[in-house]
Design a protein around this ligand. Structure first.
Ligand SMILES: [Zn+2]
Length: 328
């Protein structure tokens, strides 16, 4: 797939971001996709075909001169042939010794099959998602409704990672989610290592503002910063969480490498695409930049407010993940 990298992106990289992004990058949240791993006749919104080489091409454009590796997550789309998708993921992750992958799982997946798949090179955990909720309610499901207890028991036995995009209206601020995470991390599944995606699904300030003091006290919680383009959740994590629990992530390709951003409106947020919005371009010849650069600008500004050191920033972009994932 072509890399849509514009002069306005290059200007922001050169003038604002190149000095901020360290020498090495580990992206702890990204996806690959192949149309032929969808079930025949599946009805799904189109996505770009993406192999590891596409992620690497984007990496070279976004972070010139920086080596980059990935934690690749199964693409959670209804209608996926899960076994076929995971088999393709295994082939792709094997191409980069520095990268790892989390298996796509749905409540229908058999635990013996998951165990076999996890034995394959490169897989270190699971990627469940709310759209597969056994209740059919994809917006208000609890964790066990899209990651059944028998799968959590397996993940606990094996000490797996789980990348968790929280469901329910208030995300990490939801009382059921907080109680479930407290019970799982402290008591029931103490060996599962949770990565709470998107700043614990805090695309706006409210959820993480409410939840950070309780999440901070739970063991085995990490965060990826993917697709959040708002300053305040980053400031909150940088000031109140243990920095080594924070991983850079992008949610690329399609969900982050577009021109636009995720805009909060109160506690609601929406993905805005200026290319399609007929915005007036009065006042300035500046143009909208890539969403991932919006995220990096917000991270940089938050790092300034929180007075992070260069070493702290290197940790977030690279060392925290490669250490915790035991890659180096
Ligand atoms: Zn994602």
């Amino acid at each position: 797939m072509p890399v849509d990298y514009r002069d306005c992106d290059r200007q922001v990289w050169e003038e604002e971001l190149a000095e901020f992004v360290p020498d090495r990058v580990f992206d702890a949240h990204c996806h690959l996709f192949w149309n032929d791993t969808m079930k025949p006749g599946a009805d799904f919104s189109p996505r770009s075909e993406a192999n590891l080489t596409d992620l690497q091409k984007w990496g070279d454009a976004l972070f010139p001169g920086r080596p980059i590796s990935f934690l690749i997550l199964g693409m959670p789309k209804v209608g996926t042939d899960v076994d076929k998708h995971n088999a393709r993921l295994a082939e792709q992750v094997a191409l980069d010794p520095g990268s790892r992958a989390n298996l796509l799982v749905t409540p229908e997946c058999n635990v013996d099959r998951i165990r076999e798949d996890l034995d394959r090179h490169g897989f270190i955990g699971l990627k469940p998602y709310r759209v597969f909720s056994a209740t059919g309610d994809i917006n208000n499901c609890r964790i066990h409704e899209f990651l059944p207890h028998e799968q959590m028991e397996l993940a606990n036995d094996l000490g797996c990672w789980v990348t968790m995009h929280l469901s329910r209206s208030q995300g990490c601020a939801d009382e059921h989610n907080l109680k479930d995470l407290a019970e799982y991390t402290n008591n029931r599944y103490p060996r599962i290592k949770w990565i709470l995606a998107h700043c614990a699904r805090s695309f706006t300030y409210y959820p993480i503002q409410q939840a950070v003091d309780r999440l901070r006290d739970m063991p085995n919680i990490w965060y990826d910063l993917s697709a959040v383009t708002t300053l305040r959740p980053f400031i909150t994590l940088f000031q109140k969480e243990k920095l080594e629990r924070i991983f850079y992530g992008s949610d690329g390709i399609d969900s982050a490498f577009f021109h636009g951003k995720y805009v909060p409106f109160g506690r609601y947020w929406f993905q805005v695409y200026p290319d399609d919005a007929e915005f007036s371009m009065a006042h300035t010849d500046a143009r909208p930049i890539l969403c991932i650069y919006e995220q990096l600008l917000a991270m940089k500004q938050a790092a300034e407010v929180a007075q992070l050191s260069a070493d702290d920033i290197e940790g977030i972009f690279w060392r925290n993940a490669v250490t915790a994932l035991e890659i180096e």
